[in-house]
Design a protein around this ligand. Structure first.
Ligand code: SF4
Length: 400
């Protein structure tokens, strides 16, 4: 049950919700702070502004844009100033507790929660962010329903890494962690999150294409992950990206085996249902590969998340991209456990696509045109996949 107290001097309503996987403390209307159960600050609503603290210790201000969410990273000085004010506020609340009229049980819980979060103050958060950076390569992207996943990097980079629009992994070579390194990674990640693990419902096996690891090695990776992170109820669900072209490397029995080890959903970045555009983007495989990949995963009991990209292909491909993407999704026969995400094309530094498109005489769509394409695609897709959630996925809003 949430705690509600009225401050006798200020008449502020203090609320605290301390029973869930996250601790949420609000010293007054319009201000609230959220923490994981280790006491690590995750997000705050302060002075009418909303912020996210990333695990590598940046603070991002969330801004609502007309064309989807945006974010602005605070300078180091602004971050530290904001954190100082937040922790002053929490200390003031803690100091005032003895004068508040709170039932003893609630008081004990609130005192313990405040002790925990105050013990994870600005210096500890800075040190925590530095440790996080030693445990992970930058986590470039996650599907939007996985932003609170426990990321385990079984691979680094992308095994293909040649799609002309994608700059996610240009900074690293593809490699598969050996069993000892992966075990060490799991141990360090477990120690890092501590009690904060309770917030991390599933495991996201990163980076890109971790599921193409040969079955014997992948089985060992799943077993190690579950050895460290299974819940009392059973395996922790596992999620991962996979290239459609690579799904057929595994048999339905192998997908079924991974499903029994926790694999719940695999995300396929199809981008478009138009083969001509796929070739132009230098994506591996064809639309038929993607349709068959979904069928193979379904046969093994694994749900899918299919990602399309609005705006890619500019004016030249706009109509075929729309029509053929709708047809491809229809052919996949998606069900209630599947998802469709519509991302928006954002030019990435050091990628070839903008120059190749200009060379081919393709006009890039404006932000407004991309949003219009996304909305139309969403409407048309909802007509062909009535059981499946179709959601926007603004990739520029991602931060871990
Ligand atoms: S879009 Fe996917 S397959 Fe292509 S380079 Fe990027 S991560 Fe790799």
């Amino acid at each position: 049950m949430p705690i509600h107290i009225t401050h006798p001097d200020t008449a502020d309503t203090i609320t605290a919700n301390l029973a869930g996987a996250a601790l949420v403390i609000s010293p007054r209307y319009g201000t609230s702070y959220s923490f994981d159960r280790a006491g690590r600050l995750l997000g705050l609503f302060y002075a009418t502004r909303s912020y996210q603290r990333t695990l590598d210790h940046h603070i991002l201000e969330r801004l609502a844009g007309r064309n989807g969410p945006r974010r602005r990273e605070l300078s180091i000085a602004d971050r530290d100033d904001l954190l100082a004010r937040v922790f002053d506020d929490l200390r003031t609340l803690s100091d005032s507790l003895p004068r508040l009229d709170i039932p003893p049980d609630e008081s004990r819980v609130l005192v313990a929660a405040l002790d925990r979060v105050l013990g994870f103050g600005p210096d500890q958060l800075a040190a925590d962010g530095a440790v996080f950076q030693t445990l992970y390569q930058p986590v470039s992207i996650l599907p939007p329903d996985q932003y609170l996943a426990l990321v385990l990097q079984a691979t680094e980079g992308c095994s293909w890494n040649r799609c002309t629009f994608c700059g996610l992994y240009r900074d690293r070579r593809f490699r598969i962690l050996n069993p000892e390194s992966f075990r060490d990674h799991c141990a360090h990640v477990r120690d890092f999150f501590g009690d904060g693990l309770s917030l991390r419902r599933g495991i996201f096996l990163a980076d890109a294409n971790a599921l193409i690891i040969p079955q014997a090695r992948l089985r060992a990776i799943f077993e190690t992950a579950q050895e460290f992170f299974a819940t009392p109820e059973g395996p922790r669900p596992v999620y991962s990206f996979v290239s459609a072209f690579d799904v057929e490397r595994k048999s339905p029995d192998e997908w079924a085996e991974l499903h029994t080890l926790g694999l719940d959903r695999a995300y396929i970045g199809m981008e478009t249902g138009d083969d001509g555009l796929l070739r132009f983007l230098n994506k591996p495989g064809t639309v038929q590969d993607a349709i068959q990949a979904v069928q193979a995963l379904h046969a093994g009991g694994v749900a899918t998340g299919v990602i399309l990209m609005a705006g890619i292909g500019g004016d030249r491909y706009a109509q075929d991209h729309m029509d053929h993407s709708v047809e491809a999704i229809r052919a996949m026969q998606l069900g209630p456990r599947d998802q469709v995400y519509l991302s928006n094309y954002v030019p990435a530094p050091l990628t070839e696509y903008p120059a190749l498109a200009a060379e081919a005489g393709i006009r890039a769509l404006s932000v407004e045109e991309i949003e219009a394409q996304l909305r139309e695609m969403q409407t048309r897709l909802r007509e062909v996949v009535s059981q499946t959630v179709v959601s926007p996925y603004h990739v520029d809003g991602f931060a871990l």
